[in-house]
Ligand binder design. Structure first.
Ligand code: HPA
Ligand code: ZN
Length: 339
């Protein structure tokens, strides 16, 4: 156990969140409210039943429930409310910057217009800036279990919105859908001036991480846990300063790690990786960013120096400008000096 506990410092430090699926922040209470508002049937009688269904033994178990939950999202107001609820919760954790994922295909495939999703999320982001002073960017994720053609179509729909997008990402069922499948999609995104990230090495092998680097030319890696199996890859990630958006509670819930005490975060920091701590799908995995830090602390694997490095990394690994990064890093220094 750490002594003294790090709770106060976890709360006090300003942080960036770099791995958050906005659809994964849909809390059961909002799911019910939207189901009622939109007259959509959901297969649960109450919020307790929803939460009781959240037991997963692998990524696909979660994805099936996550896509079903997103079915209550119908209108621009729904997407606004979803984003606004996330930012209210993030503000309570002292998140001052967030780069959030969204899955347009989950919605357009149900007949919801791409523009409806964009307008709702952007208005939620504008409210967050006004109400909480939180800066935010959007990362459009392609669903990797769908085809290259579908991803190219989605990117074409996104083109008129390119100025409102920070980048593109790749999520959903990893094994069997390697990054190579999306080489041309990511090349096109690069031509549009978009940054590139990809989930790799969550359940997929280290080879998928190599592909994300070599074929998709990612600027940041989402999860990356299984890169730790390949020492040469770890050395490459460290020497290139590649940021990893790691999600401890997600890893535990999806059985990517067996036990929080054996989470690879300490090994990642020791190897010099730019690891960050994020919530992934907080409504489904039982916690927001501070809960993730508390879980590492409770498992006895978070030192004060580790915490500070992880929080600094959240800005270093972000897509903010150098000026903005140095502003946030100075704010961290002020908190540490007073601690
Ligand atoms: N992995 C892959 N796809 C996802 C995830 C994840 O952790 N969360 C939402 N979509
Ligand atoms: Zn994710």
């Amino acid at each position: 156990m750490n002594d003294p506990p790090l709770s106060a410092l976890i709360a006090a430090l300003p942080k960036a969140e770099l791995h958050l699926h906005i659809e994964g922040s849909l809390e059961p209470e909002l799911m019910f409210a939207l189901a009622q508002r939109n007259n959509v049937a959901i297969p649960y009688a109450n919020v307790e039943e929803v939460r009781a269904a959240y037991h997963f033994s692998r990524l696909q178990d979660f994805l099936d429930i996550y896509y079903a939950g997103a079915n209550v999202l119908r209108t621009q107001q729904d997407f606004h409310d979803l984003a606004a609820a996330y930012f209210d919760r993030a503000a309570a954790d002292n998140i001052v910057h967030a780069e959030i994922f969204f899955d347009p295909q989950t919605h357009t495939d149900r007949g919801i217009a791409f523009d409806v999703v964009m307008r709702g999320l952007l208005s939620g982001m504008a409210e967050a800036r006004e109400k909480h002073g939180i800066s935010a960017g959007l990362i459009l994720c392609f669903l990797r279990h769908l085809s290259e053609e579908a991803a190219l179509e989605t990117l074409a729909q996104a083109e008129p919105w390119a100025d409102h997008l920070m980048g593109v990402g790749l999520d959903s069922s990893e094994v069997g859908h390697p990054p190579a499948k999306f080489t041309r999609v990511f090349a096109r995104a690069a031509q549009l001036g978009l940054r590139r990230v990809a989930h790799a090495g969550e359940e997929g092998p280290p080879a998928y991480v190599h592909e994300a680097l070599d074929l998709l030319h990612v600027d940041r890696l989402d999860h990356g846990n299984r890169a730790m199996e390949d020492p040469a890859l770890v050395a490459r990630l460290a020497s290139s300063g590649m940021a990893l958006t790691v999600c401890p509670l997600s890893n535990l819930k999806l059985c990517v790690v067996e036990d929080m005490a054996r989470h690879p975060i300490p090994a990642m920091l020791s190897a010099g990786l730019v690891a960050t701590v994020n919530s992934d799908d907080p409504a489904y995995f039982g916690g927001y960013v501070n809960d993730n830090f508390h879980a590492l602390d409770k498992a006895g694997i978070l030192t004060r120096d580790g915490l500070i490095q992880l929080v600094r990394n959240s800005f270093i690994g972000s897509f903010l400008s150098d000026e903005e990064k140095s502003h946030h890093l100075k704010e961290i220094d002020k908190i540490i000096d007073d601690d």
